[in-house]
Design a protein around this ligand. Structure first.
Ligand code: GLN
Length: 448
């Protein structure tokens, strides 16, 4: 906690820090150890976790990074949060994000800009930037984020930590503020694969509150890890690894490409290059589908049900005032884009076509994953860039999601691990390697 307090003024990972609650919960754990013994406690007893502020936490502010939810305190925990608490974890605070998860830098928060612990003049990535920077600055041990189009994987890459986007449906979305429901997943950050695997086993599994959550058995992911010293004799268990050709060409910073090539040079003997022809189609399809779903999901913020209250003379003024003042620029733009794409005259040209592209992307992954166990790519085309650099150029910011959005369109699991550095900042800037697997193959990805 003292480390968190010391680093927070410059990193600004948290919108809300619950330090006195954390101390109280830790003292309660101490009392339980004294009376019942250590073994009575859960597997995460006393572990400090940060939770992205678009996940509901009982009696703690949950804003989604939006003014419209200022002052909102949900009556319940999101299922993933509840499971962490039941395992003994202590929620130390709510981490910063781009408003409702829409963005790639965390600059889109209504409250504050989070900085990258590797270089304070740079963004931590987004939208789960606060969850990534908190683990990177060792303000907490592990954290939860959400990933609709890369929001766990790209910040993990920018901040040099491990980030896991589980298979769609592996973790319940109950209590996660919906952005694009067919793409949203709750994901995990840690400073090692072991930590990330450990919390995945706790949060994953069927939940009757989310009918899209899978009832597939949840393995003990951490126990499936291959110890480094056995890799020599049993290199990667004979996994077939394909490096996605389209992700190392044009538009990718040369330093990122060479880090990925260096990290995969020993894999190349085991695997080979694979081509995903529909790869570049994913980005425009994603932005149409995500905005369309957002335009519908965000209609619940009407100024009546949750959050901040405004005074108005009639209903339409109430809606107008609440949304005009409560929602930020990027969110309004997405609502407009989505409403446009779904409108009667344009539905076939945009929404329907984007759904067709989604099917193509799914099929090309399915085909490649028949031949390979793992597909490899960078997690982002560049390392962390400067705060303010892309804030006025949304298209440049969207283009940075090219490596990650396809995985959400196909619903697949993907793990990002640090794999090297490029020049920049006082100590270099981390580069992340993305490993994509078949649905519910988290234990394979985690092994690697
Ligand atoms: N940057 C992407 C977007 O703005 C992805 C965000 C996310 O995964 N929540 O939509």
């Amino acid at each position: 906690l003292s480390r968190l307090r010391r680093t927070e003024p410059s990193v600004r990972s948290f919108i809300h820090v619950a330090d006195s609650d954390a101390v109280r919960e830790a003292e309660e754990l101490d009392r339980r150890i004294a009376s019942e013994g250590k073994d009575a406690l859960g597997p995460l007893a006393g572990v400090l976790v940060g939770v992205k502020d678009n996940l509901c936490t009982a009696n703690m502010p949950s804003t989604g990074g939006s003014r419209i939810l200022e002052g909102y305190r949900p009556a319940y925990d999101a299922t993933a949060v509840r499971r962490l608490r039941e395992a003994g974890a202590i929620v130390v605070g709510k981490t910063n994000l781009d408003e409702f998860g829409m963005g790639s830098t965390t600059e889109g928060s209504a409250f504050q800009v989070t900085t990258n612990p590797w270089d304070e003049s740079r963004v931590p990535g987004g939208s789960s930037g606060g969850s990534a920077s908190a683990v990177s600055a060792r303000q907490c041990v592990v954290s939860l984020g959400s990933d609709t189009g890369g929001s766990v994987r790209q910040p993990a890459s920018f901040c040099g930590v491990v980030g896991l986007k589980p298979t769609y449906g592996r973790v319940s979305r109950f209590g996660l503020m919906a952005y694009a429901s067919s793409l949203d997943v709750v994901g995990c950050f840690g400073s090692s694969v072991f930590d990330t695997a450990t919390i995945l086993s706790v949060v994953a599994g069927h939940d009757k509150m989310d009918s899209t959550s899978s009832s597939q058995n949840v393995p003990d992911y951490a126990s499936e890890l291959v110890p480094l010293d056995s890799l020599e004799s049993k290199p990667l268990n004979g996994l077939r690894i394909g490096i996605i050709q389209e992700t190392l060409g044009e538009g990718v910073d040369s330093g990122v490409a060479s880090s990925i090539k260096a990290a995969t040079s020993h894999l190349e003997q085991l695997g080979s290059v694979v081509s995903l022809p529909s790869f570049s189609l994913g980005l425009p399809a994603y932005y149409i589908l995500a905005s369309s779903e957002a335009s519908s999901n965000l209609s619940r913020y009407d100024g009546i049900r949750y959050g901040r209250q405004v005074s108005a003379d009639d209903l339409s003024e109430l809606y107008g005032e609440s949304r005009a003042n409560g929602l930020g620029h990027e969110v309004k733009m997405r609502i407009l884009m989505g409403t446009y794409a779904l409108s009667a005259g344009y539905y076939d040209a945009y929404y329907k076509r984007a759904q067709q592209v989604r099917t193509l992307v799914q099929e090309s992954f399915e085909d490649a994953l028949k031949r390979f166990d793992i597909l490899v790519s960078p997690a982002a085309p560049s390392a962390a860039y400067k705060i303010g650099e892309k804030i006025n150029d949304p298209l440049a910011m969207y283009a940075g999601d090219i490596m990650t959005v396809n995985v959400n369109l196909a619903g697949l699991p993907a793990l990002v691990v640090p794999c090297g550095f490029v020049e920049g900042g006082p100590a270099g800037l981390p580069v992340g390697l993305q490993m994509i697997g078949s649905p519910f193959s988290e234990e394979i990805a985690v092994c690697v």
